[in-house]
Each structure stands twice: as C-alpha cells, then as structure tokens.
Design a protein around this ligand. Sequence first.
Ligand SMILES: C[S@@+](CC[C@H](N)C(=O)[O-])C[C@H]1O[C@@H](n2cnc3c(N)ncnc32)[C@H](O)[C@@H]1O
Length: 262
Amino acid sequence: MELIMANKDWNPELYLKYHNERTQPSIDLISRINFSNPRNIIDIGCGPGNSTQILVDRWPKSKIVGIDNSPAMIQKAKNDFPEQEWKIMDANNIDIDEQFDIVFSNATIQWLPNHEILLKKLKKLVSEQGLLAVQLPLFWDMPLGKSISQISRNEHWKTFTSEVSELFTIHNSSFYYDQLSKLFSSVEIWETDYIHILDSQLSILAMIRSTGLKPFLEKLENDYDKISFESEVFNTIRKEYPFQKNGKVLFPFKRLFFIAGN
Ligand SMILES: C[S@@+](CC[C@H](N)C(=O)[O-])C[C@H]1O[C@@H](n2cnc3c(N)ncnc32)[C@H](O)[C@@H]1O
C-alpha cells in the first residue's frame, strides 16, 4: 500500500489531487448566494485557493482575501494566484479590522472548536447588508467516518488516537439552525450527498489521507503503525464501498451547507 508520510502541515499537492471533488461544494454554495456586487469577501480556511478562485470567478470586481493557518497551503495559493491577497491567520482569532459583505468558508469549520462561540465571532465579521456562507462535511454520518472513529478507539490504537475524533466539531442542521436564527434574520440550510465516482478503493484512501485521516496518522509514531492503521481503515473501505460493474467505486460524501443573512 502506498504510504505518503503525514506531516503536521497540510500537503497542497495531495489535497488538490481531488480538486474537482473538493471544489464542487464551493461552486454549489456560491451558486446559491444572492448578492450582486459584494464590496469585499473573506474566504476562511482558503487552503490552496481553490475555493477562493470560485469566488473570484463569480465576483471579479470584489476585494477578496483568503486566510488559512497552514503556511504550505498559503504558499501554494500565493504561487498559483499571485495577484490575489492571502494571509496566514488562525480562523479562531481573525485579526482583521473590517467587516465583509460575504464571509465564506468551505470545508474548514469542522477543524475549529466550539461552534456556538465561533458563529458569534463570524457574525461580527459580517457587514450590515452581508451574509455568512458555510459548508462542512458530515464525516461522522458516513460509514467511513464512523469506522475511523471506532478504529481509533480500539485496544490497539487507543493510547495514541482515542481523542483525535474530538478535534473535529460537527453538528447537525438543527444545531446550526438554532444558533444562526438567534444571530441572523434569514437562514437557509441544506445537505447534499455527493456521490464521488472514483477509480478504485485505494482512491478513497488517497482522498481522505490528506484530510479526515490526517490527524489520526499524525498521532502514530512510525511508518509501520501508520500503514497498519491505514490497513484497518482500508478493510472498511473494501466492505462499504464495493466495485461497480465497470470497475469504478462510488464514494458517497455528505455535506451540510448554510447561508445566513443580516
Ligand atoms: C479541507 S481544507 C479546505 C480548503 C478550501 N477551502 C477548499 O474548499 O477546498 C481545510 C483548510 O482549513 C484550514 N484550517 C484548519 N484549521 C484552521 C484554523 N484554525 N485557521 C485557519 N485555517 C484553518 C487548513 O489549513 C486547510 O487549508
């Protein structure tokens, strides 16, 4: 089994191997934003700039900034889109003295703790006429997510990985609706189950190795353990995501979206 060492920082090249699958939710979220000329936009957890570019395509005249706390991701964004504005910044403490017409975040807030407080902080960034638009993966609702969490707590791994699942904060639509409706005058929420069509079961592993699986692998001390942990995850993939008649593999991936406006 191919093993690419999990570094603490993100690996933009690995992440972008599944560019289309990762960017489609931004395209879908942006297509539902009803705002003709936003003055300014912030992309929180912009990664290598793939989500930001969809914002730029839709609103080329707006002032757009991408922030992320990963130096590797920001460097990749700078290299690929040098004309854009990028900042290394922790989304838990956004140090920008400005309000935005669109506060956007795709596939990032699951890495941030305490969403009741986070949503209040994000609301403060939204201008009087502005809105907040967010997508996050419902990882624990998927057979793969459930299984990774279970594996991380089994006898063999629990010393290293039992608490990793708690690094992710993911609530259901009922939670987000209750929080958002206290803060904003309009709220839209929806879920989409993307059915990714992948070349093999190994592609599923490759797709999550640079995201959902990353913090678990980082807790393991050596390559042997990382490969063993991945093998257990791969057993689930083999069981839950069988080959189609033409040899492809379907990987259903649930995501939750919301748009909340002042
Ligand atoms: C799955 S990627 C999403 C990238 C891009 N927005 C997209 O749509 O594909 C998640 C990003 O969140 C960033 N991130 C995680 N925790 C963060 C934090 N505390 N502050 C800023 N960025 C963070 C990671 O560095 C990573 O680039």
